[in-house]
Design a protein around this ligand. Structure first.
Ligand code: SF4
Length: 727
């Protein structure tokens, strides 16, 4: 029939880190005309959320860039230029800045939204090709805390779980995670759990997830660290630890002494919870014979003490023996589609391939793999995102190259970026759209292809590597990021370094080989075709692991095994490479092989409510139909219909009554940094004294307080003091 597709290809969704596989249906010309979720993919099992279903819509938006644009600094007007002029301008400006001010005078800000082959190209081009020092990714805004927590505790950034653990747990603890709307397919995985699990949600808000849970623990904002220490206190006091599991840890005795003071009574003020609630929770998460899994997202990560809070959950999993077994784990759920790829390959915090910049052997190994002298790999760590922006405010960083991210909307205390813009000598923004808040103020805008217009690999939350495919032609003169990096490398004079990076798959093979002997070793992956046939492959997948691999099994093809979910589940219990969890052998990546139990006393809130700003502002995802700054999702009429176009704020009815605020009335929210208007939504989803704003509206971060976790430098988006009044 006329409506039947000519062919179909598979591709991983390019929004969140769940990593659903989609089937893209193509016409005779090879262009996608429609899509549907893949039924036999081991992640989404035939499901997709609204964003995935509408993933093709943003490609056809009228504000797609079609040519490079040059902005007149005097008038702000932009005019189209050709690629040769754009590349010339890029290299001459940046070379001039480097010659005059040194290699720490410019920085890139990249993303968790592009394939890791492109991330690695950018990071290596910038640091080893062009010779600059600083670059960070927007994963600093979502995953830096989990990265640091895992590195410190386990010796490597290694989320230990597999999604089958959702279905195999007896007790599922979700902390600071509105899974129902932020990762709706993962919530469906919980719904498939046949063990009648206890689902415990620890969250100040009565979120969609809290309302669907069996237990909601409505603690005070940022009371989590004290709560986890009180849980550890009760568990140790009652002898509900796992003595064998503790032999695989360091620091247990000191930790036991530390939590002795954290009685349920002592944390009541900080957590807002009755001691009996804490006691009951402690029993639930340490029930002998029960499989307990701990899961967290941004409510933990985006905090001024997120690393210690994440580690407090890791500690609870370690001392109760809930790690390395089916249905267990201390599990960070990633945000962006390729945040996990960024963690291994962006060459920002860690040297590409899971290495350390400070380690001379690592630098030599990576240099050998890339065919360059080791001296071209910096030994110093880059400044973190906030430090880069601070250096730009001080005039030390003169130029920024922003790739596929939108900090003028998303960065904390975003009002400061307007002033920072004027300090920069040169701002380049490379993005699908010329209309983002960041692209609109760039000196030079470079039009980039998006998801659906290029190939490469993404890594999802459970460490599964899988491919995306081009299914549409990018508009006008738009190029893939990969192609832009190649052009710039040639123009800079370092093209030879990337002579073998002819396309994303050749880059994949080079990067794959760099992972050899690291915990993330994927040297047994032959190429994209194998990834497609296997239904994605979770790292590690080293060459020596081939004998265990279902891919080498003669009885059934990998896709058959993927299709048979019960077989998959059995494999996961065995820890085979097809669906594998880490630490089943009790061995961690630290020098001693034991996990470190790390802790420190909770700190005071950086900005507590007071008489002038009496409300605590919480921010977060508002819906499953919108993504971050709405750069792409605002282009879909269907997704827009599922969510209010104008900002709204949740306020408790009791507070609203006291302030004379009516439902749907326009209110003004003010912080010490800025103000915005929103429509009041009266709902007991927030507690009295608290307000909730979805992060998708551009004004929200004018309010947020710029404080950061000292270990991870992740911004603390979810605790700012504000006031609210009728407009
Ligand atoms: Fe799946 Fe996430 Fe894409 Fe939705 S946005 S379809 S949950 S990968």
């Amino acid at each position: 029939s006329r409506l039947a597709p000519a062919s179909t290809v598979t591709s991983i969704c390019g929004y969140c880190a769940t990593g659903c596989q989609l089937k893209l249906h193509l016409n005779e010309a090879g262009e996608a005309i429609n899509l549907s979720p893949q039924a036999n993919y081991p992640v989404n099992l035939g499901m997709a959320c609204p964003k995935g279903w509408q993933a093709l819509d943003p490609l056809a938006a009228p504000d797609r860039g079609t040519t490079p644009l040059l902005r007149d600094p005097a008038t702000g007007e932009r005019r189209p230029i050709d690629w040769a002029t754009a590349v010339d301008l890029f290299t001459s400006k940046l070379q001039g800045i480097q010659d005059k001010h040194g290699r720490d005078s410019a920085a890139f800000l990249s993303t968790g939204q592009i394939p890791f082959e492109e991330m690695a190209f950018l990071g290596l081009l910038w640091k080893s090709g062009m010779g600059f020092l600083h670059g960070d990714a927007n994963t600093r805004q979502c995953m830096a805390t989990a990265v640091t927590a895992y590195k410190q505790s386990f010796g490597f950034d290694a989320p230990p779980y597999t999604y089958a653990d959702f279905e195999e747990s007896d007790v599922i603890v979700l902390s600071g995670s509105n899974l129902c709307i932020a990762h709706p397919i993962l919530w469906q995985r919980i719904m498939r759990n046949r063990r009648m699990p206890e689902i415990i949600v620890i969250d100040p808000r009565s979120t969609e997830t809290a309302q669907a849970a069996t237990v909601h623990v409505p603690l005070k904002p940022k009371g989590d660290l004290a709560l986890y220490y009180a849980l550890a206190h009760c568990i140790i006091r009652d002898g509900r630890i796992d003595p064998e599991a503790i032999t695989h840890t360091e620091g247990y005795d000191e930790f036991a002494a530390f939590v002795r003071d954290y009685t349920p009574e002592s944390v009541a003020e900080r957590t807002g919870l009755e001691p009996a609630t804490v006691e009951k929770l402690a029993r639930l998460v340490s029930e002998p014979g029960k499989r307990v899994s701990w899961w967290w997202t941004m409510g933990i990560n985006q905090s001024y003490e997120g690393v210690r809070a994440a580690q407090a959950m890791i500690n609870l999993a370690l001392i109760t023996g809930n790690i390395g077994k089916p249905g267990t784990g201390a599990n960070s759920i990633t945000g962006q589609c390729n945040a996990m790829g960024s963690r291994l390959f962006s060459n920002t915090t860690s040297l590409v391939g899971g290495h350390d910049f400070a380690n001379p052997e690592h630098r030599q190994k990576v240099a050998d793999g890339l065919g360059i002298p080791a001296e071209r790999i910096p030994s110093e760590a880059s400044l973190a995102y906030d430090e880069i922006l601070h250096a730009a405010e001080q005039g030390k960083i003169k130029a920024l190259w922003i790739v596929a991210t939108n900090p003028f909307h998303s960065w904390i205390d975003s009002g400061r970026l307007a002033a920072l813009r004027d300090k920069l000598e040169f701002l380049v923004v490379q993005d699908m759209y010329h209309s983002t808040e960041s692209a609109a103020v760039a000196d030079l805008y470079l039009p980039a292809a998006g998801w659906g217009e290029k190939s490469g690999c993404l890594i999802n939350s459970e460490r599964r590597i899988a491919t995306i495919k081009p299914v549409r032609k990018a508009p006008g003169q738009t190029l893939t990021d990969f192609r832009i990096f190649r052009l710039l490398a040639e123009a800079w004079g370092c093209g030879e370094m990337f002579a073998d990076w002819t396309d994303p798959e050749s880059a994949f093979r080079i990067l794959r080989d760099l992972t050899k002997d690291r915990p993330c070793d994927i040297t047994a992956i032959k190429g994209y075709e194998q990834l497609d046939q296997a239904g994605g492959i979770q790292w590690p997948f080293p060459r020596s692991g081939d004998s265990q691999s279902p891919l080498s099994s003669p009885e059934s093809s990998p896709i058959d095994k993927v299709a048979n979910h019960s077989l998959f589940t059995r494999h996961s219990a065995l820890g085979t490479p097809s669906e594998r969890r880490l630490f089943a052998d009790g061995h961690y990546y630290t020098p001693s092989g034991r996990a470190r139990i790390l802790y420190s006393a909770p700190d005071e809130l950086p900005e507590a409510p007071d008489a002038k700003f009496p409300f605590m502002l919480l921010t977060g995802r508002g819906t499953s139909s919108q993504w971050h700054t709405q750069t792409r999702t605002s282009k879909s009429d269907i997704l827009q219909k599922l969510y209010p176009a104008e900002a709204y704020i949740e306020i408790h009815p009791r507070d609203a009554k006291r302030l004379g605020v009516l439902n749907n009335q326009t209110v003004t929210i003010r912080s010490r940094r800025g103000e915005m208007k929103a429509s009041a939504y009266l709902a007991p989803t927030v507690q009295p004294g608290q307000l909730f704003l979805p992060m998708h509206y551009p004004e929200v971060n004018k309010l947020t307080h710029p404080s950061f976790d000292p270990h991870s430098r992740q911004p603390n988006y979810k605790a700012s003091a504000v006031t609210i009044s009728p407009s």
